[in-house]
Design a protein around this ligand. Structure first.
Ligand SMILES: [Fe+2]
Length: 400
């Protein structure tokens, strides 16, 4: 049986099935291993992990620990409770926003690439370019977040850092909109989000683009990007304190296990607490060399699970409301056995979005695409699916 235990319960003789820290990009701890000595227990603890999954068929058991199924069941129940409260409505229909969002995504990609290039050459960030871009992103998200968010999900390996920045910016804006923060603060949050990883321009290429997980030394070097981001933004005229906090605190964790300053709880600004959630969500839902993208709904469940320690639980819930239980651009399975791409959220019915049916999972073939508003259709979502598993090209359906 696979069970979830607290790190303080981890002993020699147990078998770790999953170290449960999907956001840590390093390989000095294997994900699955038999615990043979106290040193390996200490090593896991040092990463800041608070709970791990053990396999009781391959090692010692903890009698009263919950099983993985019980944990998943509790998470699904929490997602459903979150869905019961309405989210912020979307004032503009999707069809009206989609063209604008596409153009915007292209120029955002180009501008972020240019910024990273400038920083590498020691040049100043051109805020005259960033400000109007971020203004346009905020406007688009306020009109209809389901246009830009699915585009921002798509990433190519080579361009990961740039596209991740654009995605974090769009997600943070949507999140801040859900929290009903003032519009001028949202603009600053979005600037910080777009530039949160500029410090990566100072990280050695061999480490930044390593086609695999990082060693301990490389991981330490990679971590320096946070302090570098802060320094670069502090040296850029016109960047606000809010934007700097987003960048400087996006790797801090609510329980004090993050970096660079091991800040805990309210010592992390609300902007930093938000950025931590969004940064992890975007990273684990993206394909990387060393991990496959996790379906968004599963990732939201993980965030809720981890929010017991690592994230502010209220904020994690608000984030789920901001993007939906089945986020737009994700693949779902319907009761009829058909697979569909989620198109748009309905703020008062987060479990019943509009979808585009594309594939018959039982019969194993594509279907003529058909849009369904699940509030009124005689079909319903029974679970999330992954594009990879079905060998369906997400880009074809997210940028048709
Ligand atoms: Fe980062």
């Amino acid at each position: 049986m696979i069970k979830l235990i607290g790190i303080e319960q981890l002993r020699c003789g147990m078998y770790v099935h999953d170290v449960n820290c999907g956001w840590l990009d390093h390989d000095f701890i294997r994900n699955r291993f038999a615990v043979k000595d106290e040193a390996s227990v200490r090593k896991v603890r040092a990463t800041g992990v608070r709970q791990v999954y053990i396999d009781t068929a391959r090692g010692l058991d903890v009698a009263d620990a919950p099983t993985r199924e019980e944990v998943q069941h509790a998470v699904t129940a929490r997602l459903r409770r979150i869905a019961a409260e309405p989210a912020t409505p979307r004032p503009v229909p999707l069809a009206e926003e989609i063209g604008r969002a596409r153009t915007l995504h292209r120029s955002a990609h180009r501008i972020v690439r240019g910024v990273m290039h400038d920083v590498r050459l020691g040049r100043q960030i051109e805020m005259e370019q960033i400000e109007p871009l971020v203004g346009a992103i905020v406007d688009s998200i306020f009109r209809q977040p389901d246009a830009l968010l699915p585009l921002a999900r798509l990433k190519h390996h080579d361009d990961y850092t740039f596209l991740h920045s654009v995605s974090v910016c769009a997600l943070m804006t949507s999140f801040a909109r859900e929290l009903k923060l003032p519009r001028d603060a949202i603009k600053e949050i979005a600037i910080g989000a777009l530039l949160h990883d500029v410090g990566k321009a100072t990280v050695a290429d061999a480490v930044l683009n390593k086609p695999g997980k990082l060693t301990e030394a490389e991981f330490e070097h990679m971590k320096s990007h946070v302090v570098q981001s802060k320094i670069i933004l502090q040296d850029t005229p016109g960047v606000s304190a809010i934007a700097i906090e987003v960048a400087a605190q996006h790797h801090e964790r609510f329980d004090g296990t993050g970096y660079p300053n091991r800040l805990a709880g309210e010592a992390i600004s609300v902007y930093g607490q938000m950025a931590a959630i969004v940064d992890v969500y975007d990273a684990i839902t993206s394909n990387r060399v060393y991990h496959r993208a996790m379906p968004p709904t599963e990732a939201l469940g993980k965030l809720l699970e981890w929010s017991r320690f690592h994230f502010n639980p209220q904020l994690a819930q608000a984030f789920v409301r901001a993007i939906g239980i089945y986020p737009s651009g994700s693949l779902v399975r319907l009761e009829s056995g058909r697979l569909a791409v989620v198109l748009a959220q309905h703020a008062d019915k987060l479990l019943l979005p509009s979808v585009r049916v594309i594939f018959h999972a039982v019969q194993g073939h594509y279907l003529p695409p058909q849009v369904l508003d699940l509030r009124y259709a005689p079909d319903r979502i029974v679970g999330h699916e992954s594009f990879e598993k079905w060998n369906i090209d997400a880009a074809r359906w997210l940028m048709p």
